[in-house]
Design a protein around this ligand. Sequence first.
Ligand code: ZN
Length: 450
Amino acid sequence: MRLPNEPCADQAVDVLRALVRFDTSNPPGNETPAARYLADLLGPAGVETDVVESAPGRGNLIARLRGDGSAPPLLLMGHLDVVTADPLEWQHPPFAAEVHDGYVWGRGTTDMKNMVAACATVLLTLAESAAPLRRDVLFLATADEEHGGRLGMGWLTRQRPELFRVACALNEGGGEALRAGTRTFWTCQTAEKGVCRTVWTAHGPAGHASRPRADIATATLSRAIAALGDGHLTCRVSGTMATALGIMAEEISAERAEEVAAHLAAGRAEEALRAAGFDERGIEQARSLLYDTVSVTGLRSGDPESINVIAPTAVAYADGRLLPGQTDRDLLAAIRARIRDGLDVAIYRQQYSPALESPADHPILRTISGVIAERCGGARVVPWMTAGSTDAKHLVPLGVPVYGFVPAPYLADGAEGGGSHAVDERLWLEGLGFTVQVLYDVVYRFCCGE
Ligand SMILES: [Zn+2]
């Protein structure tokens, strides 16, 4: 029997390497063999397991370690699918899980088979040490996240709604060290920006290109894009970012915390970030978390074969990212106000999903803060936001608080290696030991009582 506080890092490495060797590139996904592998690993230790398919080959693992039922379950969630990888571009094959220079190389090593392996290791340790659980630990390793989760977490929420009566869920999306000046904080992701895609159409007189004028469609559209500037619309402060910047400033001084609050109240995002301790590079990276943003990603007008013809329409496609509390209508109004000219602005193919925000005062955050303070020399945890999108979108609308927390150690600049979705994706093996240990501490304390 293992000591209750010692998950085995080597075991997590073995599980990660086994998972990477299942090619779960989505499409087509083919997650079932990976889900079965986890079921075969966890079952003999006393974890209840079930693999359910949403479609042929699209397996989802449901694993549960029973507690005494005196508190609602904790959900650990991870996805088994990965984005595609072209082996010709990689230094080491993307599905071989080779170890070189202290890194395990392969697609999914950081997104997010590392967390799936850590969750499996935590469950095994709790089961083998007969930990006195007050709550069930439920682990869902699902299909199809990279394509929206319709055949994974989304499917489970529709088919098995009873699974989601839980206290909260731990997910991908946070848990990294965050540097602000000389200070290091750890993030716990409590919010995700929403997505709203738009299409802008300019109309103007068509005709012969030898007679130019200012009101043709391409000129109107160009002025609109120029008016958009750097794509940051209105500064808006979410609860998550106000709390985060407040904590960071407090670590400098009480006066600094007041300064940050005053900047935020006045909509001065960059000044608030600077006062919270960020340098210019950090400000550039965090800025979009305080604005609704729009990036024009596609343009269409005319035909190069008819270069002497003025086309009657010009169209721009723009990807928008929304802060919590903002709707598709708000974004359309903000774009129209910014670009002024008489363009038609509409939602592109109904591609709108609102931002998500979970409470920043949930008990799991206190547990996480306590563990990080102990393991990381008193460092503080800040709630944080991501501009990306995860399977949390299927759970938060059901009332499940979801927190992104894949604990990762602080790495010196340049040590990160290829990250999520990148060529040469790889994970620093010693970091995985930290991930497993911190995750274990959090799960143990939250589920067995302090
Ligand atoms: Zn992911």
